[in-house]
Design a protein around this ligand. Structure first.
Ligand code: HMG
Ligand code: MG
Length: 321
């Protein structure tokens, strides 16, 4: 029987590393991204063009994306918070376009991710503005990025709970998601930034958001703070969502969401979907899916670089075997 294809967006190099205190060398980030592509990943968030004063760990993104070995048929995305971020990316892309490299190598990035949230308090902490002002600022960024041939993905953070203002109204999530789609985003990723979501609250939120945005344009982005991320992934799939954000080794956390842990581990999602009605999309390098053994190794390798163990449950189990 034909199985439903699930797209994974690997956010480890961005969401996974943005909250690290120590400096991670550019070479390590480059190797991480290269290895993920060779494990079959077709969508990789490689870094952010945000203010280095706000998120110091992402300061080297321009160097990173210039140095990675880009593979065809892989989307390489960077986070952009404002017009300044897009200008910085655009000048890098102009340099690439004018170089002989442009004939033979895909561009350093073909996609941007813009981001806002479902509460003003979180948007203030993350972007130093209100929801409505963030949308006003992001509309021209989106138009201009699309004019330059980039795909634009939108994020709504704190779709279930906000670290500053508590439980979140699903109607607000629907409104913001709808605005991002109308602005030109091809997809909106719904972020349980704090990781407090449960199958019940995620289902309630999705039911509401689906009234404003076709489910084909929604992605699920779950942090695992309370251990519910895999359950929430399955909840999203059962509601028709077919794109899931995850992070190798379970890396991650948002600097503006105190105490929140990493994203659901990519290894855990791939393992949990085995033998189900869903199959995980991947490139030829992962034999048409994502290579679980390679992912588990990458999860251990990057965790060791950060001075700890992989938090992926599947990654730990596979190593113990
Ligand atoms: P601001 O301080 O209001 O900005 O911050 P500003 O326009 O006043 O500029 C302040 C300084 O930053 C200036 O430099 C600007 O030039 C510079 P100075 O004159 O002081 O030397 N600047 C920039 N530099 C580089 N790139 C830029 C840029 N913009 C301004 N793009 C701002 C506003 C949006 C810049 C700031 O709030 C910011 O960078 N925020 C980003 C925060 C962030 O990256 N958060 C993590 C990602 S979101 C997330 O993790 C959630 C997600 O995973 C989903 C989920 O889990 O929910 C996506
Ligand atoms: Mg996140």
């Amino acid at each position: 029987a034909k199985r439903d294809l699930v797209n994974i967006v690997e956010v480890g190099p961005r969401d996974g590393l943005q909250n690290e205190k120590g400096v991670i060398p550019v070479g390590v980030k480059v190797e991480l991204i290269n290895r993920l592509a060779l494990a079959g990943c077709q969508n990789i968030e490689t870094g952010s063009f945000v203010s280095p004063k706000w998120v110091p760990q992402m300061a080297g993104t321009a160097e990173v994306i210039t140095a990675i070995e880009r593979l065809p048929d892989v989307h390489y995305a960077v986070l952009v918070p404002n017009s300044k971020g897009l200008e910085n990316l655009s000048s890098l892309l102009s340099t690439y376009n004018a170089s002989p490299q442009a004939e033979t190598t895909p561009p350093p990035a073909d996609e941007i991710s813009i981001f806002t949230a479902a509460t003003d308090a979180f948007t203030r902490a993350n972007l130093n503005t209100s929801i409505s002002e963030s949308l006003t600022r992001l509309a021209p960024v989106t138009r201009s990025a699309i004019d330059k041939g980039l795909r634009v993905r939108g994020y709504v953070s704190v779709v279930v709970a906000c670290p500053y203002s508590g439980a979140v109204n699903p109607k607000k999530v629907r409104e913001v998601a709808k605005e991002l789609i109308e602005m030109g985003c091809y997809e909106v990723s719904l972020g349980d930034t704090v990781g407090m979501g449960t199958p019940a609250t995620v289902a309630e939120m999705l039911e509401e958001v689906k009234k404003g945005v076709p489910v084909e344009k929604l992605a699920g982005h779950f942090h695992d703070t309370y251990g519910t991320a895999i359950a929430n992934v399955f909840t999203a799939l059962s509601h028709g969502v077919r794109t899931i954000d995850s992070s190798v080794g379970g890396l991650g956390g948002c600097p503006y969401s105190p105490g929140a842990t990493g994203n659901v581990a990519t290894e855990d999602v791939v393992y949990a979907l085995r033998g189900s009605q869903y199959s995980v999309a991947g490139s030829e390098y992962g034999n048409g899916t994502l290579d679980l053994d390679k992912l588990a190794e990458i999860g251990w390798w990057i965790s060791a670089k950060l001075g700890r163990e992989s938090t992926s449950r599947a990654g730990r189990a596979l190593r113990a075997k």
